[in-house]
Every structure is written in C-alpha cells, then in structure tokens.
Design a binder for this molecule. Structure first.
Ligand SMILES: [Zn+2]
Length: 249
C-alpha cells in the first residue's frame, strides 16, 4: 500500500516543472518588495500594484496548507522605470522578490508580453516585472487576469516552471475566457515539493527523480539570453490563436 501511495505522488509530481533541478530555497517567509513608483503605461499605481500582489499571494500561494512557504509584503523599494530584469533583481537581497514595472525595450520587446518572472540560479532572489512599455497589453486586461498574472510570475520567482496540466496557474497557455481564480492541485504540488510543511515529505519528490526541468518544447522557443545569470525564460505573452491565448516563454 505504501508503494502505491508513493507511485501516486510521483505521478502527480511529474506534471509541474521547475526552473532548475534544485532551485535555491527561500526562507519559509518570503519577502516581496514592491516598487514605490506608478506604472504609467500599464495603468497601475504603486498602491494598486501592491494590492494586486497581496491578492496574488492571499488567493493563491499562501493558501496551500501542505506548504510552509508564506509570502509577505516587505517595505517598498525604488526601482527606476527603465530597469532591466537583471537590474531589478540586483536590488534584492537573499530571501526577497523584487516586483515592479519595466519600460525597458530590451526586457520587453513586445506589447503582448504581460510580465516576466524568474529567480537567480544559485541564490534565493526573485523578480517579477510588469510590462510597462507604450501600448502594453497589461493595461487592457481585466482585474482577475492581472491578479493571476502576478501569481503566475511569483511562481516563477520561486523556481516553478510551466505545468502541462491544463487550467493550472502555471500552465504555459491560458484558455480563452478562463482565468485561474485558484491554484489547482498541480500548482499546490509544485510549491509543496519545494516547501513541504511536513518534514517527512521533504525530498520525496526528489527521490522520484521524475520532476522535469522547465525546458520542454515550448520553453526552448524562448531566447536564452537570461540563462547565464537569471532564469527568465518564462514570461506571459498573449497571442490570439483560435480558441486559445498562448503564453509563450
Ligand atoms: Zn510563465
């Protein structure tokens, strides 16, 4: 019976992916520092951005009882609007995720990209950047989509890659008209794998050896320019395609 349970857990763990095989772990309390500046093109005030982040953690990642990781908001931080994701993440110290907007044309080369999220390879510092270039699509998406975008990118900021489970928050595509209001079991499995609240579960996923890296076919399409210093191959790009809006890495 024990083996059956283990196999079941291994099977479940296979759907989500990680940015690296063993991402750096944050302290159980993960500090999010939001920008103190308004995002002019994205239509977000500094206060509004902070409220979206708060909803993203309360409604999604902080709601997993099997995970010990808890996101909390720290002091705001000054981030120049033209910062690249590299420059944004450099503002953080270990255990922090820097969240703000960027109108940098190198970081955001398309208006249809909503946001980017990632973390350093060997240190627990993360970044979430909202696309704030002129005519950014972020300005046009509804409130729930904004909240779920923050939640999706925060998942990347702690090392979670894209999932193959349709309708999961970390799925690489968004089905038209469907907004992930809550985490799916697969998303909960991902954060529980990284931050199990029960010590007896720690390492179980690793023992299965079945968690794939976040570099499946879709991810390989993305430019690898950040790989050396940042794992930022993941971002949300909305592309109309029949019944689906694809999120492309
Ligand atoms: Zn993504």
């Amino acid at each position: 019976m024990k083996y059956l349970i283990l196999l079941f857990l291994c099977f479940e763990a296979k759907a989500f992916t990680l940015l690296t095989r063993n991402p750096a772990r944050y302290p159980s309390e993960i500090t999010i520092r939001t920008s103190d500046a308004d995002c002019t093109n994205a239509g977000l005030t500094a206060k509004g951005l902070r409220e979206f982040v708060e909803r993203a953690v309360d409604d999604y990642w902080n709601s997993v009882p099997t995970s010990r990781a808890k996101f909390k908001l720290g002091p705001t931080i000054t981030i120049p609007a033209s910062s690249t994701t590299d420059q944004m993440i450099a503002l953080g110290i270990e255990g922090e995720i820097i969240v703000g907007c960027s109108d940098n044309a190198t970081t955001f080369t398309s208006t249809s990209t909503l946001a980017k999220g990632g973390m350093l390879t060997n240190t627990a510092v993360g970044v979430v950047a909202i696309n704030d270039i002129a005519n950014t699509r972020f300005a046009t998406v509804d409130e729930l989509s904004r909240v779920s975008t923050f939640a999706h990118e925060l998942g990347h900021a702690i090392g979670i890659g894209h999932s193959r489970v349709e309708y999961s928050l970390m799925y690489y595509a968004v089905v038209a008209g469907v907004v992930n209001k809550y985490l799916t079991e697969d998303d909960a499995d991902a954060i529980t794998y990284l931050y199990p609240s029960d010590k007896e579960l720690a390492g179980l996923g690793g023992a299965c050896g079945s968690v794939d890296l976040g570099n499946d076919d879709d991810d390989k399409k993305g430019p690898g320019s950040f790989v050396l210093t940042l794992l930022l191959g993941f971002l949300i790009t909305v592309v109309a395609q029949k019944s689906k809006d694809l999120i492309q890495p």
